[in-house]
Design a binder for this molecule. Sequence first.
Ligand code: NAD
Length: 462
Amino acid sequence: MDVISPLDNSVIGKVKLADKDEIQTQIAQAKKAQKSWGLLTHKSRAEILFKFREILLRDIDSIAEVITKENGKTIAESKAGIMKGIEVLEFATSLQNSDIGGKMEVSSNVYCEYQRMPLGVVASITPFNFPAMVPMWTIPIAIAVGNAYVWKPSEKTPLTAELILKAFKEAGLPDGILTVLQGGADVVNEIIDHEDIKAVAFVGSTKIAQTVYQRATQNNKRCLALGGAKNHIILMPDADLDVTGVGISDSFTGCAGQRCMAASVLLAVGDVDKHIEKIVQRSDSQILGETMGAIITKEQVDFLNTAIDNALKDGATLLYDGRKKQAPNATGNWMGPVILDNVKAGSEAATKELFGPVLSIIRCKNIDEAIEIQNSSPYGNAASIFTSSGPMSLYASQRCEAGMFGINIGVPVPREPFSFAGIKTSKFGHGDITGEHCLDFWTDMKKITTKWNLQKDHNWMS
Ligand code: NAD
């Protein structure tokens, strides 16, 4: 398969797609390799992760260059994605110290203890928008606890996966512990249906997340499927002007809006025109190809333009139109920031995930109206409030229905050991995908009861 760059639509590489035979062979190899990998100590598995970290840091420039070419984001964004992945990696290397289980004398000379067991071979399906970071939410932790991991990266960004695999091999990861299978929906279905795949993690759009979740659970597998988002920011009149301008603008323009944590709806409470002016100024300062990257495909640019036209037909006004911005070339998929004002709650621009640099402003009378609109969204990934009032932020944080909540932060991504995931249709399944709340997903808990005494009389624990 040709790999196409969104920067100019040129062919930048080729990857081999996995066929049925390869999928069978690779999963069989993964199953065999996991048997000895799962019996190693945490410490010896972590040693490979430490080496992998060194290689990533050594090669960060060249990996970031590939991410930028195949995904379109800026080099700074590509590097930030790798660094965020490394945070999860560091958490995974620390599990030997933090995930120490528990042991207790439950009766005289009778002990109970927990032992985490790897599941065996697990799988993960990842989206195009963070070719290194999203896979690294799961790979380090899943293999640190003793699993073998089969990864189906996005067919739009397959080259980064090959580099990550190469880095793991150089770090000494045994063959079969990380397998990359390139392809699309057919490969995903083969993986999900394979009897030796014990768990499936998915990150992508809500429609596919739900399909994958249903198929995996029908096959009696555990599945955690993270879906799409429509993230709301509540803007209060007492918010700091500069923090607001940068925080909200960068949230919807970063990665050209192609982030599941991007702000896409601004709930403007009362008179916040001065703040909105700052958001416009900051958005206007973006330079395509320098501070803002490209959109993944031409079709997605067309989809965004249609959505903007629809919003205007629905009564919204065009407050800022960055589509006229100078593009670095005529062949890439470029779009500057667009800010729609007076968007109606319930309209397409207010409710549908657009996945581009488009901010919809809904004017609200008060904070309760804003919270009501936020909570009417079928999605529940992230929400934020910008305010100088502690009580107001507490009020909103207790009422907004979102898995991740930010106070004066436009992209409220938690840092390990705090875990990442949304609620509602932004997630199917239980638990979170990173941090301390993912461990139960990647392992089974064995309860061991021991009696090492010479007691001869029988009781109910004999
Ligand atoms: P996508 O759903 O189109 O693709 C995700 C993965 O699913 C890819 O590997 C793809 O090959 C595979 N896939 C596509 N169609 C399939 C099908 N019919 N059956 C099985 N697998 C299929 O998503 P995308 O466009 O790559 O990524 C953008 C989406 O991902 C956005 O909706 C964004 O919000 C979401 N996302 C969510 C999170 C999160 O943490 N919730 C993080 C990143 C991205």
